[in-house]
Design a protein around this ligand. Structure first.
Ligand code: FAD
Length: 371
């Protein structure tokens, strides 16, 4: 079979693959993006659309900093992507809450925030605790339920329309001449001189650089080029209500209101393997918590539910690595692919194309799992 040559091949057309592909082409590389194109709800099509910092990086302060860098860069990044494509991402730096029910949850949250502050390298953690009254004052249009005891607040948090983000990356990539190949299931990768030969049943491709960003297939494909990147699935179910007037102009880990007025409740955390069915018992738990926080939402009809699979490393933190055995092959995987899209597209290409190393970047190497 004849092969097609390019500078860089990216395997995986989820949010991580396409954000990297877009960034790489912007940094001057020619890029082919290969995607299996599942019909299933991959994480990139099923997520909650938070651009989120709170609680990220427990036990790895560099990851907490990386999330803040990502959210700080989001306004510039989203403006530039919107300008280039003419599309709207509906990104808003709203600030976000983790709302607590009862005194026990509140005490646990206070301790968690203090732990994060102690772990941080500058002794600061930009998340503050709010009393129930302070929280209610910030939410004049929606009454809190009786069980709400307080909340933590982070000004960095925000929301975006995740499907618009995915679509817009594709637009930007193709507008810059990126070669997107849906329906290309990568079955084999081989070393080929100083580069790589990537095989799908339809076509073979050659490139000097290779980026594996294939969600749950990252472990298998990375193995072919000497990298051990363990990932596993975790199911998350989400619910959507009918539209209503704008009541809640913030984000929380479990409740948000879209630009068009729908509320979203989510997402569950279930270890069910590769399976994306929805179940009423779990959905009831999500609804019940949302209604304890905002009882008035009980008047809204639920219009849609879905489930998707998170792609999680053992410590739920990102993996960024280059193969030591086959330099030029990279693996990138992360929960928070939406939140980190700004850095994946605008910063990581410098590492992949120019070998730039960011401060303490080595903490993201998967050798941390070899204990
Ligand atoms: C319910 C839920 C809520 C979430 N909420 C948020 C949130 O609010 N904020 C946030 O930042 N993150 C959130 N996430 C996480 C975020 O969605 C993921 O981090 C991100 O989507 C992962 O993207 P990915 O590209 O690595 O993986 P995927 O979306 O799984 O995409 C992988 C792609 O690789 C392709 N592929 C696989 N194997 C091959 C192969 N052999 N050849 C070619 N292509 C292949 C697949 O077809 C797929 O298109 C959430 C996830 C879930 C499930």
């Amino acid at each position: 079979m004849n092969s097609i040559q390019t500078d860089t091949i990216v395997i995986g057309g989820g949010i991580i693959g396409v954000s990297l592909a877009y960034g790489l082409i912007k940094h001057g590389s020619s890029v082919i993006l290969l995607d299996r194109e599942d019909q299933n709800l991959t994480a990139s099509r099923a997520n909650f659309g938070l651009v989120w910092v709170q609680s990220k990086g427990y036990g790895m302060p560099r990851y907490a900093e990386w999330c803040i860098e990502a959210t700080d860069h989001w306004p510039v990044f989203s403006e530039s992507l919107e300008e280039e494509t003419g599309s709207k991402l509906n990104y808003e730096n709203t600030g976000g809450f983790e709302i607590c029910l009862g005194e026990e949850e509140l005490a646990a949250r206070v301790k968690f925030i203090e732990d994060m502050r102690m772990q941080s390298r500058n002794g600061q953690y930009e998340v503050s605790m709010l009393s129930r009254d302070e929280l209610q004052k910030m939410l004049p249009k929606i009454a809190l339920g009786n069980d709400v005891s307080g909340a933590s607040f982070c000004r960095h948090d925000g929301i975006v329309d995740p499907l618009n983000l995915l679509r817009t990356f594709y637009q930007g990539f193709q507008k810059r001449g990126g070669d997107y190949r849906p329906g290309h299931w990568v079955e084999d990768i081989q070393k080929d001189g100083s580069g790589f030969l990537v095989k799908t049943p339809k076509q073979h491709f050659r490139a000097q650089k290779l980026v594996i960003a294939s969600g749950l297939a990252t472990t298998k494909l990375s193995n072919m080029v000497g990298m051990a990147v363990p990932v596993s699935p975790q199911k998350g179910q989400v619910l959507v209500t009918e539209r209503t007037s704008k009541l809640f102009p913030f984000a929380t880990g479990g409740i948000r209101q879209n630009a068009n007025g729908n509320f979203m409740f989510g997402a569950s955390h279930e270890d069910t393997g590769i399976e994306i069915g929805t179940s009423t018992d779990i959905l009831k738990v999500l609804v019940s918590r949302a209604l304890r926080i905002f009882p008035v939402l009980e008047n809204l009809q639920l219009v849609r539910t879905w489930a998707g699979l998170r792609v999680l490393t053992p410590d739920q933190k990102p993996v960024y690595c280059e193969s030591e055995e086959f330099p030029g092959a990279f693996a990138v995987t992360s929960h928070s692919g939406v939140s980190l899209a700004s850095l994946h597209s605008d910063k990581l290409p410098e590492w992949i194309l120019e070998g730039k190393i960011f401060p303490d970047f080595d903490v993201f190497h998967p050798r941390r799992f070899n204990v």
